[in-house]
Design a protein around this ligand. Sequence first.
Ligand code: ADP
Length: 326
Amino acid sequence: MERMKCIGILTSGGDAPGMNAAIRAVTRSAIYNGLRVKGIYRGYKGLITGEIKEFKTENVSNIIQQGGTILKTARCEEFHTPEGRKIAYETMQREEIDALIVIGGDGSLTGARIFAQEYDVPCIGLPGTIDNDLFGTDTTIGYDTALNTILDAVDKIRDTASSHERLFFVEVMGRDAGFLALNGAIAGGAEAAIIPEFSTEVDQLEEFIKNGFRKSKNSSIVLVAESKHTGGAMHYAERVKNEYPQYDVRVIILGHIQRGGRPTSHDRIIASRMGVASIEALMEGQRNIMVGIEDNKIVYVPFAKAVKKNKPIDEELLTVLKELSI
Ligand code: ADP
């Protein structure tokens, strides 16, 4: 194999705070190791349209503290098709990009995996998603910041909930993963979390009503993961209104504020470590892996494992929430 000279970097799918710290780390580490770097704009779309710019160290100055992504992100339907991926490959050849670093979630890394298989292009993924739903890493870039945004909201909701003695359902993001809802509930002192992982096993609302709301509390907050499996916060609020009309219910959907904001120190540090590790991995000849962190150590996880396996919820967390919400 010829020596690698130039890498391309893109952010794709849902944006997450800390993506900029990752872009900075990948860019600087690549340059430090004698590689050229090209920034690809709007995820896979930019690979198809050729919206690409050479990055020097100064292109990533002053961004470590910013949320969002300076490379922009997008969802790209064309990349789902073999024709779209062929154009993407041709762009890479024309731009003399030898390898790709993809920062994104489950969908983006699935795209990278398919592309790498089809064209034998070295691809390295970084887990950039607030959902924390990638297997093989304890945490993903953006998750900690989103969790802290949720806490800020829950603390404020508690003030008004207890003043009015109300039951609040707070819907948080997470797609089909309950990490934000469960850990947000523990850290926010909420009474319960309704998460997709248990939606088929038990009626989580019944459990909560039985165990929680009848106690002598003057307010209750339940975090609900946004998911087709849970039905979302509105679904539970409707149910309570119909089945337990004595309760004064309100719904808050936190929505996109969870994606924004300055990344926490934790997210900046893991993004920096993973960015450096992604270049080390490429230089070692690794390909088609996601860089993760397990037990505070960098690990390389094959794409197939990272995106295919369901990351399990730690049962201990459920016990903690249950015991502490009495
Ligand atoms: P996330 O990376 O946050 O999970 P998406 O699931 O929307 O976000 O995926 C982002 C992009 O990754 C898609 O718009 C598409 O361009 C690409 N992608 C996702 N899944 C595939 C797939 N199966 N084949 C090819 N490209 C894919």
